[in-house]
Ligand binder design. Structure first.
Ligand SMILES: Cc1cc2nc3c(=O)[nH]c(=O)nc-3n(C[C@H](O)[C@H](O)[C@H](O)COP(=O)(O)OP(=O)(O)OC[C@H]3O[C@@H](n4cnc5c(N)ncnc54)[C@H](O)[C@@H]3O)c2cc1C
Length: 553
């Protein structure tokens, strides 16, 4: 099979940095496997057990790999620690890809768990057959702590891996979310697995009464829990801290419902500090005690409130809308008058005085924010695809405040590109973009380009264009900026940008020979990220330095 006949998703993994990563990552695992194998094989005290030969060497090799992966699997989920480390270490470790890394560890854990279990099954059968110990395979499997915890862990893995599959996550997120909390029991099984004391230089296990319930005088090589447990301690401490933090005083101050049914929830939480573009977990115990949903902060740190814009798409968001008296029915249709094409600045405000008192809100966060370096670039290109526009609402607002305060840092120009599938989605940030657009005094500083990618017949497009001639506002977005139809051509966008930076017309008054720092920030689906990154990187030259950052939900 030639490499060109492989599917693109596999080909991508086998080129450039990805290939180096896979070789090193798998190399590390094979190295650990070999070390575990060797330490069993070369240990004279385990000569009797080594009579089982390959199966016992394999189980020990895979066991060491599992100890390593079990230690690090929780580290990428330490969201607060990652947030703290991000500014210092993002050049060295791709901290924004923490979930991707968590998955890479999980894949290795699965592979080596299969190897470890299979080898142990052979071990146990051979113990029974050779009677190196007076035990049956069945006894070792189900009555000894090692066998018992191993099977519990396998069952939990089966549940966790299947519900973590993309299709289940998308169709029933709760199934994935709740099942993933079985990790707590998995970890207990993991830390106590060695209590079975299978690898020993004596006939009887050397149990003791205190944790880890065996003595290392005869149970040999069972030391890994000493380092493995730190991953769990760190994660557990962070979860406790998040729980405490989320219960700090929070009060809803205002609820608005925008055209298209987007619900804007404003609240104050004096203890919470955040940066533009970050997101949070929201819980409303009255709607659901256990569900925590992520939403991007749409306010800027300078605002006297914190806001999130919520699309009412499923069980939780609709129930929240209903509890707040802000169902889609209240809003959209009455605000978006299809004949007149909607009215600028319209929303319905649902104030606490209008009905029941506002419900209790719990907020866990903030998290994330690869776009926090915007002010280090001279030219910032902000690209949002669909729902991926949300972090830019806050970033654009923050830039606007900085502009007013004359604190733009190195930032000289901003290009904001939003590509959206349906016209209905424009209602999302319409009022926010309106405010920002109105506030611009320098038309060159911020340029917005809004693309509608939905397939429309040419008559409909022509109608919209004809009707908008002479109108101050675009009929679809209700902004001064005109909607562009079709997908953005990123090749053309970036080559034109590079040409005008190099030609000196883009940053007027700047020496064309100086190096311009171009920052490209993207939020949206991964396949588009690859296209944008590739096109943006083509701008890199002696005169343009390019940085690309992405976030995907
Ligand atoms: C980092 C991040 C930021 C987000 N920002 C916004 C935002 O600013 N505004 C907005 O309207 N939406 C945002 N979302 C999406 C939002 O979290 C979901 O729309 C919401 O959780 C849907 O819940 P539901 O029960 O109403 O819908 P469901 O019908 O249960 O789910 C609809 C979709 O949301 C996904 N989803 C459901 N629950 C969760 C969860 N707890 N975590 C992650 N995904 C989930 C499901 O997989 C499904 O694809 C964001 C998601 C992420 C990951």
């Amino acid at each position: 099979m030639t490499s060109s006949s492989l599917p693109p998703s596999i080909r991508r993994e086998l080129t450039g940095k990805k290939l180096v990563w896979h070789l090193s990552w798998n190399g590390l695992h094979l190295g650990l496997f070999a070390l575990g194998w060797w330490s069993q094989w070369s240990n004279q005290r385990l000569a009797a057990l080594n009579g089982l030969r390959y199966s016992v060497w394999t189980s020990r090799g895979a066991g060491l790999v599992l100890a390593f992966d079990g230690t690090i699997i929780l580290l990428p989920m330490l969201r607060n620690l990652i947030k703290l480390l991000r500014p210092q270490l993002s050049w060295l470790i791709p901290l924004d890809e923490s979930i991707w890394f968590h998955r890479q560890v999980a894949y290795q854990l699965l592979i080596y768990a299969i190897v470890h279990t299979t080898a142990h099954y052979v071990n146990f059968i051979n113990v029974e057959r050779t009677q190196v110990r007076k035990q049956t395979a069945w006894e070792i499997h189900y009555t000894q702590p090692g066998g018992f915890t191993g099977h519990v862990m396998l069952l939990i893995m089966l549940l966790m891996y299947t519900t973590a599959h993309k299709t289940i996550r998308q169709r029933c997120f709760e199934a994935f979310w709740y099942t993933h909390h079985l990790a707590f029991f998995f970890m207990i099984g993991f830390y106590t697995h060695a209590t079975g004391c299978f690898v020993r230089d004596s006939v009887d296990p050397d149990y003791v009464a205190v944790f880890p319930f065996y003595s290392t005088n005869h149970c040999l090589g069972y030391e890994s829990w000493r380092f493995a447990i730190w991953g769990g301690i760190l994660y557990f401490s962070e979860r406790v801290w998040r729980e405490v933090r989320s219960r700090r005083q929070t009060a809803i101050t205002n609820v608005k419902i925008h055209p298209s049914g987007a619900l804007e929830l404003r609240f104050v939480k004096p203890s919470m500090k955040y940066k533009a573009g970050q997101w949070l977990f929201l819980n409303c115990p009255e709607v659901s005690k256990w569900q925590w949903h992520p939403f991007t902060i749409s306010s800027a740190p300078e605002d006297p409130f914190i806001s999130v814009h919520i699309r009412q798409v499923g069980d939780f968001t609709q129930a929240l809308g209903a509890r707040l008296g802000a169902t889609v029915g209240v809003s959209g249709e009455s605000l978006m008058d299809s004949e007149k094409g909607g009215r600028r600045g319209d929303w319905i405000e649902i104030s606490p005085a209008m009905g029941k008192p506002m419900p209790l809100l719990r907020i866990d966060g903030p998290f994330g924010a690869p776009a926090e370096d915007v002010f280090k670039s001279e030219v910032a290109v902000l690209i949002g695809a669909g729902i991926g526009v949300t972090p830019f609402a806050s970033i654009l607002k923050h830039i606007w405040y900085a502009q007013r305060a004359g604190k733009l840092g190195a930032l000289r120009r901003v290009e904001f590109i939003w590509s959206c599938r349906e016209a209905g989605s424009f209602g999302w940030f319409q009022s926010l973009l309106e405010e920002i657009e109105e506030a611009q005094t320098d038309s060159n500083f911020l340029r917005m380009s809004i693309y509608l990618t939905q397939k429309m017949d040419s008559d409909a497009v022509q109608n919209i264009v004809i009707n908008s001639v002479g109108q101050e506002y675009d009929p679809l977005t209700l902004l001064r900026t005109r909607t562009l139809f079709g997908r953005p051509d990123f090749q053309q966008i970036f080559s034109a940008l590079a040409a005008s930076i190099n030609g000196g017309s883009y940053l007027v008054g700047r020496e064309a020979t100086l190096k311009t720092r171009l920052g490209v920030y993207y939020c949206g689906p991964n396949p588009l990220a690859r296209v944008i990154q590739a096109e943006a990187m083509k701008c890199k030259s002696d005169t343009i330095d390019v940085k690309f950052a992405k976030e995907h939900f």
